[in-house]
Design a protein around this ligand. Structure first.
Ligand SMILES: Cc1cc2nc3c(=O)[nH]c(=O)nc-3n(C[C@H](O)[C@H](O)[C@H](O)COP(=O)(O)OP(=O)(O)OC[C@H]3O[C@@H](n4cnc5c(N)ncnc54)[C@H](O)[C@@H]3O)c2cc1C
Length: 187
C-alpha cells in the first residue's frame, strides 16, 4: 500500500493522529527530527534504574473518560497528583495560590484588582487576585518564561490557574491523573 498520510512530528499530537488513522485502515508515515518518538513527553532510563523525563517533568491528566480509556490501552498508570511549591518572600507557598495565603497577606476582605472583561493576560490574572499577589506569584515568572511583558500576552493563558478557597492544593483537579508505569501494548 502507498503511504497516504505523512505526519511530521511524533509527539502526543502526531502519534495520536497516526494511531487513529492506522486503526481506520490508513497507511501512515510519521517522521521526527529527534531520534525518538514522544516529543516533549519522551522519557528514558538512567543506568541506575531511574526514569528521566527528558524534556522536563510530565504527568498525564484528563477528566474525559474517553481519553483516559484511550491512553490506558497503551500503559498502566500509577496515580500521581502534583502539588507545587514556589519560593515567595523566602517562604515556600503553594501554586496556584490558595485563598488562605491571600487572606493572610492582604486580609479577609480581599478583592480582585480588575473587574470587567480582560483584554490581556495581566488583566485576566488581576481579575482573580489582588495586585500584590499577582506581582508576587505571577508577573515575574510569566515574563521570564515568555520573554515579553505580561500585558502583551493573551488573556486565555490565565485560564491555566485559579484561586481556590477549598483547601485543595493540587496543581490540577482533573478526574484522572497519573504517570505511566509500564507500556502494556506497543503494536
Ligand atoms: C517542561 C514541560 C512540562 C510539561 N508538563 C506537562 C504535564 O505535566 N502534563 C501535560 O499534559 N503537559 C505538559 N506539558 C505540555 C506537553 O509537553 C505538550 O502539551 C505536549 O508534549 C504537546 O505535544 P505535541 O505533539 O503537540 O508537541 P511536541 O511534544 O512538541 O512534539 C512535536 C514533535 O514534532 C517534532 N518536530 C517539530 N518540527 C519538526 C520538523 N520540522 N521536522 C521533524 N520533526 C519536527 C519535534 O521534534 C517533536 O518531537 C509540559 C511541557 C513542558 C515543556
Amino acid at each position: 500500500m502507498e503511504t497516504e498520510y505523512l505526519i511530521v512530528g511524533s509527539g502526543l499530537t502526531g502519534a495520536t493522529i497516526a494511531r487513529h488513522l492506522v486503526e481506520n485502515g490508513r497507511d501512515v508515515l510519521i517522521l521526527d527530527r529527534r531520534p525518538h518518538m514522544g516529543g516533549n513527553v519522551h522519557d528514558h532510563w538512567h543506568p541506575s534504574g531511574i526514569r528521566i523525563h527528558t524534556y522536563g517533568p510530565h504527568y498525564f491528566r484528563t477528566s474525559s473518560e474517553r481519553i483516559w480509556s484511550f491512553v490506558n490501552r497503551f500503559a498502566d498508570f500509577y496515580r500521581y497528583e502534583a502539588e507545587l511549591l514556589t519560593m515567595v518572600d523566602n517562604s515556600l507557598e503553594h501554586w496556584p495560590v490558595v485563598e488562605s495565603y491571600i487572606e493572610k497577606a492582604v486580609g479577609p476582605d480581599w478583592e480582585p484588582a480588575f473587574t470587567g472583561t480582560p483584554s490581556n493576560f495581566e488583566e485576566a490574572s488581576l481579575s482573580k487576585m489582588p495586585e500584590q499577589i499577582y506581582r508576587l506569584f505571577v508577573k515575574g515568572y510569566t515574563e521570564k518564561q515568555w520573554g515579553v511583558p505580561a500585558e502583551s500576552l493573551s488573556a486565555d493563558l490565565a485560564g491555566r490557574f485559579a484561586v481556590h478557597g477549598d483547601g485543595d492544593k493540587r496543581l490540577k483537579r482533573s478526574k484522572y491523573q497519573g504517570i505511566p508505569r509500564t507500556a502494556t501494548q506497543s503494536s
